[in-house]
Design a protein around this ligand. Sequence first.
Ligand code: PMP
Length: 384
Amino acid sequence: MDGRIYLDHAAAMPVHPGVARFARQFPESFAGNPSTIYREGLAAQAAVAGAREKVAALIGAEDPASIIFTSGATESNNIAIRGTALRNQKLGKRVVTSAIEHISVLNPARDLQKNGFVYTQVPVDRFGVIDLDALKAAVTPGTVVTSVHSANNEIGTIEPIRDVAEIVHDRGGLLHVDATDAAGRIPVDVGRDGIDLLTLSGNQLGGPDGVGALYIRPGVRVQPVLVGGGQERGLRPGTENVFGIACMGEAARIAKEEMPEESRRLRTIRDSLIDGITGIEEAYLTGHPAERLPHHASFRFSRIEGESIQLAMDMLGIAVATGSACTSRTLEASHVLLAIGLAHDEAHGSMVATLGRRNSLDEVPRVVNAARETVKRLRAITPL
Ligand code: PMP
């Protein structure tokens, strides 16, 4: 849109132009069910197999068969947590997550708790980094699955996944990592990082919405959450979203190729934005100052409220978030901001800017000025 500055890539990303080009190469007549054995079916099978290889390559998975395609990160998280916990419950009925996981991790864990599992949340420090000593205490020999994300979507903090994996594996458990916001932005390698299950979202890689993937390390046993046909090894029954899967694969390939350069570019814009906005009176960075996603800048402002910031910035032509799009309609304070130790009123004054490939350094002054003007105007009328 003309003159607009879009800074909410954590909520939705435009499809990468390379993915759009790839999509246009599909003939209009393309049809084929990967479960059939005639030529069209084999072409569809090949499209899915190609995508599996590209996604596996992005995350260092040796065997493409370890990837199953889903409808998105939410579904992958559900299969990873419920499917793994239920399939392995003879080994123990305990699950652990960090306190700042996405709602699509927290809710499956809470649901297990209602069904007889013991669920423990591990606290984080004021930057959002998981407390490793608390993790050591929480993960016991009966803990089947522990879920800690690579990085948080509201505050951008990157978690020490290799240390987490060591602790979980020492106690005989499985580690699930939600890499929705991290994959394609920072290196994620399931082998090197010791990850047993890993969630990916197609859109967050520059592909379409409504498609995702779950890596399952060979040998890890998971039961389906949805039951039906035998597609995706029976773990995700239903006719495959062939077109979406193929586009997600291409997005993964491009993300792997462009990541080093693009992350460097975004980091420069991010740092300039952080410098500018934290120069506003009573404006503070949330999340980790250094260990944060390259495209992620998040703030809080005293004495004003996030929804008002969002609306005022929108009127000035800038789209920003105030926390996670998935929970923003509840109007409750963000569980992430409360977990890093903010009081309720502090947690309400948040603004999150997540950058993408169309953003540039010359947009920063306009964003900073708009934020300064917004904050000044809102503080002048606040009852707080
Ligand atoms: N996990 C994380 C960490 C996320 O940031 C999101 C989306 N914001 C999701 C899961 C859910 O993704 P989807 O809505 O595509 O299922």
